[in-house]
Design a protein around this ligand. Structure first.
Ligand code: MN
Ligand code: MN
Length: 287
């Protein structure tokens, strides 16, 4: 089978690695490299398992301006990037560039949107895409040709989730994930959802009415008074939540084939004082 494209939610991986590994892991200049090291290890594991035809590292602002305009509390609870982490963000193009991985950044859209855009391009060309992330928003991308490699705290390696996995978790198909998020809410993104509506009710409503719009149009007939009130009373807000959760398309180019360059990556790791990683990469280059 043709090799897949691996696209990486880099901010998600950097934060995960930063909080998962001690900041006593320092580089040649005495500054923490824990996020870079952990991210490299997370990606390399998937590269070994899936042998992608190319790797794209996506970046972008934490909250796109248009999303804040739609709903100011979006991402409002997020802490600023810690002092020990921002230089590691800045080092990414140089460091991961040495791995032969493509860096994709957007000024207006979030990494999420870029991930989805690459997956769309690859799908149009008939190729498979793997989306490495710890963000469940990306479940909306799952399809015959797109899988989410979902990373969770405390788990070794990512779990591959396709349309069936999304249905098993949420009780709805991937296309309805934004509708589902709008109804259920997502505290990590500052989206409250409909009052009193949890996963079960959200799935039940979508199952019955086919979409958030369908749910809202039928809301005045809802027999449960509290639920009826929650749906009819916040129609505009719920529609805005759906838009927040829906990925936007950025005009990206489908990358050409570019394998991981283990030798050059090993040099970059050694320069930054990551000797164990350098050894792992040298072994991979030799093997
Ligand atoms: Mn997201
Ligand atoms: Mn999210």
């Amino acid at each position: 089978m043709a090799r897949p494209l691996l696209v990486v939610d880099t901010p998600s991986m950097l934060f995960r690695a930063f909080y998962g590994l001690p900041s006593s892991i320092k580089g040649a200049d005495g500054r923490p490299v824990n996020a870079l090291l952990g991210t490299a290890n997370l990606i390399l594991r998937e590269v070994e398992v899936h042998k992608p035809r190319a790797v794209v590292l996506c970046f972008g602002p934490d909250a796109a301006d248009y999303r804040l305009e739609l709903y100011p509390p979006y991402h409002a609870d997020r802490d600023p990037v810690p002092d020990d982490l921002s230089p590691q963000f800045a080092a990414c193009p140089d460091f991961f560039g040495a791995f032969g991985w493509t860096i994709a950044d957007s000024e207006t859209l979030e990494a999420d949107d870029l991930l989805g855009s690459y997956a769309t391009r690859e799908t149009k060309a008939g190729g498979r895409t793997l989306v490495l992330t710890g963000d469940r928003d990306m479940f909306q991308c799952a399809s015959k040709l797109v899988s989410v490699l979902y990373v969770r705290t405390g788990k070794q390696g990512a779990e591959e989730i396709g349309p069936k996995g999304v249905r098993e978790r949420y009780g709805i198909p991937p296309a309805l994930v934004p509708d589902f998020i709008a109804l259920r809410g997502d505290p990590s993104d500052g989206i409250p959802g409909a009052k009193g509506v949890g996963e079960k009710t959200a799935a039940e409503l979508l199952h019955k009415h086919g979409s958030l719009e369908g749910v809202l149009n039928a809301a005045f007939r809802e027999p449960r008074p509290k639920l009826r009130q929650a749906l009819t009373g916040s129609r505009e807000e719920l529609l805005a939540f759906k838009e927040l959760a829906t990925l936007r398309d950025e005009k990206v180019r489908r990358p050409r084939d570019k394998r991981t360059d283990h030798r050059s990556a090993a040099r970059a790791a050694r320069e930054r004082g990551m000797s164990r990683l350098a050894e792992r990469l040298e072994q991979a280059a030799a093997g």
